[in-house]
Unconditional design. Structure first.
Length: 444
């Protein structure tokens, strides 16, 4: 749960300082925090001078807040605001509208916000502004965006990923490491083989006995698949996800595909990226944090009418399923096991990090439409790209003209605005919708 801090700034000379405005704002924020599933971990008494600001900033840092709201109840000078801007967390500077538009100026909070936003303070962490009354829905929406983006920013800043075996052969675009603060450790593919050897048969049998998923694969044939799942689970301890070179060596060496293990570990909140796609894994980490649910990594495989078919062999978490899932043999390798399922209808939002600090942000709606390939698949319509609506062919043209890698990372729910916000916080340029007639672009 994200830990949010709150500090009101009140200049006693303004009559708005004695109107109960900061108290009402704190109460409203506490109620909103419950709805947003946020822990209001630190709420300070009002600050009116630089010494108090330094003390409150130190308290907020000691409380280990993940994001901080600094409320301009009234005007304040830069020395009162600067200590909070030095904290290494996202900070939102919030100003209250004036309580009246006649007589002596009650607060001058908006002017204070402008002064604060103009301060020359070196920051790597995001800084944003908010303006509105504590009961305003537009303010709630802005705080929600801040919270979602802060979750993604924090996941990347504190994340630790394991990259095993590099990339699948010929998948050159997956070889680049994303320009993010996330930590990436490397391990050879042989580490998986060694982990497989360490898994006792008793652990395999025990996990098989727990397996409740319907299966077209005989139980005895699932032993190698479960062994690989346990090996990856062991390797993943202490990490927020694994990018694995899952073929061509692994199926022959382990006697199983990695698809079902990826799906099972995804069910347990441990994301895995296929084919050594570490950039896709970083996007999975961010998308899961922003949306609050597991991300899915899918290929774009077919265009038909008003929809796009997204598919992968059988690696998605069960939370994405429209109905009961089923274990099956891999569709063209004849090895166990993949998860067969159709994607659950509803809004989805996605993200892809690219070279040169560029990002693709996209969205759509999974539809309850007949048809689908073996493995994980679903139709997506009502498409958007970079915040703009587009057709299936417009989406395809943007993906091809911007030369995206073939893995799309999707999250459940309407999170497009939060992903756009996060991209901005990270200093990533969001790729615009590309005209269908334009040729492919490549950064210099």
């Amino acid at each position: 749960m994200l830990r949010l801090g709150f500090v009101p700034i009140v200049r006693p000379l303004f009559r708005g300082a004695q109107m109960g405005l900061w108290e009402a704002s704190q109460r409203a924020l506490a109620e909103l925090a419950v709805r947003l599933e946020v822990d209001l971990a630190y709420a300070a008494q009002p600050v009116s001078d630089a010494e108090g600001a330094r003390a409150r900033a130190a308290e907020a840092q000691a409380a280990e807040v993940d994001a901080l709201l600094v409320l301009h109840v009234t005007f304040a000078t830069g020395d009162v605001v600067a200590p909070f801007l030095e904290l290494p967390v996202p900070v939102g500077l919030w100003a209250l509208p004036e309580v009246s538009a006649t007589g002596p100026l009650p607060q001058n909070a908006l002017c204070g916000l402008m002064l604060s936003m103009s301060l020359r303070v070196g920051r790597r962490a995001p800084l944003l502004w908010l303006y509105g009354r504590p009961e305003d829905p537009s303010l709630h929406r802005r705080i929600d965006l801040m919270v979602r983006a802060a979750r993604g920013w924090g996941a990347l800043r504190h994340g630790r990923l394991l990259w095993v075996g590099g990339t699948a052969p010929g998948f050159y675009r997956f070889e680049g490491v994303p320009d993010l603060d996330v930590r990436i450790d490397r391990a050879p593919l042989e580490a998986v083989f060694a982990a497989l050897e360490r898994i006792p048969e008793g652990a395999v049998s025990a996990r098989l006995a727990e397996l409740a998923e319907p299966s077209a694969v005989p139980a005895e044939a699932l032993h190698p698949t479960i062994r690989l799942s346990l090996a990856l689970e062991e390797m993943g301890r202490g990490y927020d996800g694994i990018a694995l070179r899952c073929w061509p060596e692994l199926p022959e060496a382990a006697g199983t595909m990695a698809c079902a293990p990826f799906a099972w570990l995804g069910d347990r909140g441990h994301p895995l990226a296929c084919e050594g796609d570490v950039g896709g894994l970083a996007a999975m980490l961010a998308v899961a944090a922003v949306t609050g649910g597991p991300a899915a990594m899918l290929d774009l495989s077919h265009v038909d009418g008003d929809g796009l078919m997204f598919w992968h062999c059988g690696n998605a978490p069960r939370a994405w399923a429209a109905s009961q899932t089923r274990l099956e043999m891999h569709f063209n390798r004849g090895l166990p096991a993949v998860r067969h399922m159709r994607l659950r209808p509803g809004p989805v939002s996605g993200l892809r990090f690219l070279e040169e600090k560029r990002a693709a942000v996209f969205a759509g709606t999974i539809r309850a439409r007949p048809g689908g390939f073996d493995g994980v698949s679903g139709w997506v319509g009502d498409l958007r790209w970079g915040g703009e609506p587009t057709s299936p062919h417009g989406f395809l043209a943007s993906a091809l003209n911007h030369r995206l890698p073939h893995h799309f990372v999707w999250g459940m729910g309407e999170a497009e605005e939060a992903l756009l916000e996060l991209s901005d916080w990270l200093g990533y340029q969001v790729l615009p919708l590309a005209p269908e007639a334009r040729g492919a672009q490549w950064p210099s």
